[in-house]
Design a protein around this ligand. Structure first.
Ligand code: UFG
Length: 325
C-alpha cells in the first residue's frame, strides 16, 4: 500500500481525506501538531504529532516511512485573522510549506497535492469562475494560497515537482456515518454557526450584509460536501501517481446558494427557526463565488455526489447533534 503523508490530516478536510484514502488502498501517515486538528478525528491511524515547520520531525517521517506522495492540508484558514495577524499566515502557510517542500526535495518525493482555495481569485470579474479567472486575492489568507501555487509552479520547472492544486469553494457537511465532522477552534463558517444557533449552543447567528447586488441581497456561495472533496483528492492523487500532468483545478458544485437560502434550508432540516441578527457586511466578502467545475470533470473524471444542498446540511446537522469532538 503506498504511504501518503497527509499534513493536517486530523483537521476538518484532512480527516475526511485520510478516511477515504484508508478505505481505498492507501496508507495515510498523518502529520499534525493538533493546534486545530483532533486526535479523535483519526482513530487507528498513524499520527505523528509534530509541525511541518520542524525540519527534524519531517526528516524522521520521510526516513521512517517510504512516502510516495504528500497531501498538504495544514494551514491557518481564518480570513479575518489573516488580516489582523498576517505574520502568522505567511510564516505558517508559506514559510512552513517551504520547509515541507525542502524535506520532500531532500528525500526525493516529488508528488504533491495542495489544498488551495477560491480565495485566490479575489473579487470575481465574471461568474461562474473557471481556472483561467484572474487571481487577485483580497486578503492575506488568499495571498498565502496563491503564493504557494506560484512556488509549486517554480518547483515544477526547476525540480520536477508534480503537483495538483485543488481550489475549493466552500467545504461543508460531515461524514454521513456521523463519526467525523467540522470542529474549529473558532467557528466562523456559516452552516455550523446557523445549526448551533438553532440548537441553542450559541444565542444567535449574524447575517453579514443584506444589501449585496445578488437576488436576495445576501452573499452567494458554492458549497461542496467534504466527502466529495475527499474523493476528488484521491482522484487527483491517482492521476499524479499514474503520470498525469500538474494542474490547478476548481472543486465546486456549480450551484450558488445565498446566505438566506442556507439559513432557510438549515431551518427546514432541523425543523426549527434560527435566531438571526441582520448585521453589517463582513469586510472582504465577495458578493458571489460560484465555480465552473468542468476541468475537474474532464481531468479527474470527478462529479460531486452531493448536489442537493439539503442533503449536505443533513450531514452537518447529524454531526452537530452527536459531535464527538
Ligand atoms: N456568513 C454570515 N454569518 C456568519 C458567517 C458567515 O452571514 O456568521 C456569511 C459570509 O458573509 C459569507 C457566507 O456566509 O457570505 C459564507 O461564509 P463562510 O465564512 O462560511 O465561508 P467563506 O465564503 O468566507 O469562505 C471563504 C472562502 C474559502 C476559504 C474560507 C476560509 O470562500 O475558500 O473562507 O475559511 F477557504
Amino acid at each position: 500500500m503506498p504511504n501518503i503523508l497527509v499534513t493536517g490530516g486530523a483537521g476538518y478536510i484532512g480527516s475526511h481525506v485520510v478516511r477515504d484514502l484508508a478505505e481505498h488502498g492507501f496508507c495515510p501517515v498523518i502529520l499534525d501538531n493538533l493546534s486545530e486538528g483532533h486526535r479523535e478525528a483519526c482513530p487507528g491511524m498513524t499520527l505523528v504529532e509534530a509541525s511541518i515547520a520542524d525540519p527534524a520531525a519531517l526528516a524522521t517521517v520521510f526516513t521512517r516511512h517510504r512516502i510516495e506522495a504528500v497531501m498538504h492540508f495544514s494551514a491557518f484558514a481564518y480570513v479575518g485573522e489573516s488580516v489582523t495577524d498576517p505574520a502568522k499566515y505567511y510564516q505558517n502557510n508559506v514559510g512552513a510549506t517551504l520547509t515541507l517542500l525542502e524535506a520532500m526535495r531532500q528525500h526525493g518525493v516529488r508528488t504533491f497535492l495542495f489544498s488551495s482555495s477560491c480565495a485566490t481569485y479575489g473579487n470575481p470579474v465574471y461568474t461562474p469562475i473557471d481556472e483561467a479567472h484572474p487571481q487577485n486575492p483580497v486578503n492575506p489568507y488568499g495571498r498565502t494560497k496563491l503564493m504557494v501555487e506560484q512556488i509549486l509552479e517554480d518547483y515544477r520547472r526547476a525540480y520536477g515537482v508534480r503537483y495538483i492544486a485543488l481550489r475549493y469553494f466552500n467545504a461543508a457537511g460531515a461524514h454521513p456515518d456521523g463519526t467525523i465532522g467540522e470542529s474549529h477552534r473558532i467557528e466562523t463558517h456559516l452552516i455550523p454557526l446557523v445549526l448551533q444557533a438553532i440548537k441553542g449552543t450559541r444565542p444567535s447567528v449574524s447575517l453579514f450584509g443584506t444589501d449585496y447586488d445578488t437576488p436576495d441581497g445576501t452573499c452567494v456561495r458554492d458549497y461542496i460536501h467534504v466527502c466529495d472533496l475527499a474523493r476528488a483528492h484521491r482522484a487527483a492523487l491517482e492521476l499524479l501517481l499514474n503520470g498525469g500532468e500538474p494542474a490547478c483545478i476548481n472543486l465546486g458544485v456549480e450551484q450558488g446558494h445565498s446566505v438566506r437560502e442556507i439559513i432557510a434550508l438549515c431551518e427546514e432540516v432541523a425543523g426549527k427557526k434560527a435566531p438571526v441578527i441582520e448585521a453589517e457586511r463582513r469586510p472582504g466578502d465577495p458578493p458571489s463565488l460560484v465555480a465552473k467545475a468542468a476541468k475537474a470533470k474532464k481531468v479527474l473524471s470527478f462529479m460531486p455526489d452531493y448536489t442537493d444542498m439539503r442533503e449536505i446540511i443533513k450531514t452537518a446537522w447529524q454531526w452537530e447533534n452527536k459531535r464527538r469532538y
